[in-house]
Design a protein around this ligand. Sequence first.
Ligand code: NIG
Ligand code: FE
Length: 398
Amino acid sequence: MPPSGDLLIRRAGRVVTNAGEPLDGPAAVSVRNGVIAWVGPDARVPWTITDAPELDAGGACVVPGFVDPHTHALWAGSRRAEYVARRQGERYDGGGIASTVAATTAATDEELVAAAADRLTAMAANGTTTVEVKTGYGLAPEAELRLLRLVGVLADRVPLRVEPTLLAHVVPAGADRAAHVAALAAVLPEAKALGARWLDVFCDRGAYTVAEARTLLGAGRAAGLGGRLHAEQLSRTGAAALAAECGCASADHLEHVDPAAAAAMAAAGTVGVLLPTATLTTGGGWDYARVLRDAGVTLALGTDCNPGTSWCESMPYALQLAAPLLGLTVAEALAAATAGGAAALRRPDLGVLRLNRAGDLVVLAADHEADLLAHLGAPAVRTTVVGGVPVAGQRHIH
Ligand code: NIG
Ligand code: FE
């Protein structure tokens, strides 16, 4: 459950607001009742906000909290055997999903929630303040609804903002495809009632076809669920164009996107979610971000946190890959990790440090945002703040 409080951060060496140019310090940021009340020079903090608890940034850089718009954080079991096999040259084809489904099905509710809460706690320590969490390791409709309920339990347990998504991942082995798609479509109103905000479909070779994804997204829309798509990750199927056609908030992965589909995404306002950690492990090329950027697509960055292709709870790590490998500038990469994620989740209240927006921010363990990307593997975060309340890292306030 996201907290809400008052906080005055002083002596920031620099503040990246995403609303105009970064501010050089010493600067201050004030949060009141969970939302931004003031940002400006430390010397000019209005006396009306000085009664809040104070956090000394010690010259560090402050940035908006990371908005991770794509994770599969609810799972049980391990995929280490698959990892070892891949390092010996085997190709990833999504086949390992079944082993996580088996382990997830066998786990108790509490085991699943506890494991996911540990992952979200690690994310918070790495500066994430909002995280989208997909189901997807249940497959059968009832099993997916179970996981969706558990995402709700998880959201109540952690001090982060959680965006719940029902993911149609792959068709269960042996199922009649048409009957399965119809059964899944039929439970979407219940998914909505259980708190899902989004429906995502893995539309790719070995997963759902474009026609099946179109059917599911239509049923999702009718049930009040926004659409997102796993698109063009392992092969080019036309999923990115489908995302645009269906008005999806985002199309994600996109290693095989082509310029025409990227242009359609830009025209439809479909955000492109970049997941470089998954590209790293599945061995796709790195050119897709340029294709998307050249077409004018808004870019977001996520971790894709999952046991098979991206065991990662760190947005700083994703940022450190994204800039050099996807060809993003420091400013573009940081914007993708903050305002871009907010756009992908259609959350205009997030990703920007501006009056009345959420008081979600990160005091970096660095004086400048460029150091966050340049200093590879270093501890990246000093304090993570959600709604004006320090939730991870140094929380010493006075
Ligand atoms: O985002 N693309 C499909 N799904 C996940 C991988 C899931 C898995 O391998 O467990 C992904 O890469
Ligand atoms: Fe994914």
